[in-house]
Design a protein around this ligand. Structure first.
Ligand SMILES: *Cc1c(COP(=O)(O)O)cnc(C)c1O
Length: 220
């Protein structure tokens, strides 16, 4: 077994234990395996082991490896988890099944145009900058609920969830709790939160998906 496959099994077991611990149904949490910076040869064993949901943070990098992998393995679900430039909306809609990083009006309007043009609608999440960090993407928490409503009412986009990346040096718990509260207020169901260092905590706070990279694939 490759290291990545062994680590995949460990992460899956820990998610299952965290679901149990939190009195959540088995399988409530989807594992998004974050394969950014790893090439097709590193990803293939993880696909062969049955993992089908993956996250990438760059449109161009994902275009270079996923079309071929999709040919080899049926049923792949690809998530965009990195910032989206509005001039990449066309490529992003064509390639991704879920776009987790809708965070401003311009992106919402470009996505709406492309979804209309291509007749293909990826699922959409709004990214919230729960720590209000100036260098980080995401809508401000105070604007999140209104932005979700505008995505629906002005742009005709169905938003399914919220996503956050808590500040690196802080306890992520309050950020997960904030995201959960905002999702309830906005009337959206899915919560994408938790990474290699804190995914079990995120499961306890109600994550519907966790995005785990280095704990599966190793250091980048
Ligand atoms: C890279 C990345 C991850 C995975 O991070 P790890 O700490 O390696 O698990 C999760 N979410 C986003 C948005 C990322 O860019």
């Amino acid at each position: 077994m490759s290291d990545a496959v062994q680590q995949l099994e460990t992460v899956k077991a820990r998610i299952a234990a965290a679901e149990h611990e939190a009195d959540r149904p088995a399988g409530a949490v989807t594992l998004v395996a974050v394969s950014k910076t790893f090439d097709a040869d590193a990803i293939r064993p993880v696909l062969a082991a049955g993992q089908r949901v993956f996250g990438e943070n760059r449109v161009q990098e994902a275009q270079g490896k996923w079309p071929a992998l999709r040919q080899e393995f049926p049923g792949i679900e690809l998530h965009l988890i990195g910032p989206l430039q509005s001039n990449k909306a066309k490529e992003a809609v064509a390639l991704f099944d879920v776009i987790e990083t809708v965070d401003r009006e311009k992106i919402a309007s470009e996505l709406a145009k492309e979804i209309d043009r291509q007749g293909k609608a990826p699922k959409l999440y709004v990214q919230v900058n729960t720590g209000s960090e100036p260098q980080k993407a995401g809508i401000e928490p105070k604007d999140a609920v209104a932005f979700v409503a505008r995505c629906r009412d002005v742009h005709g986009l169905a938003i399914e969830g919220l996503m956050c990346i808590p500040p690196a040096e802080e306890n992520p718990g309050p950020h997960f709790a904030l995201l959960e509260k905002l999702a309830r207020e906005a009337g959206v169901e899915k919560l994408s939160m938790g990474m290699s260092g804190d995914y079990e905590l995120a499961v306890a706070f109600g994550a519907s998906s966790v995005r785990v990279g280095s704990a599966i694939f190793g250091h980048r």
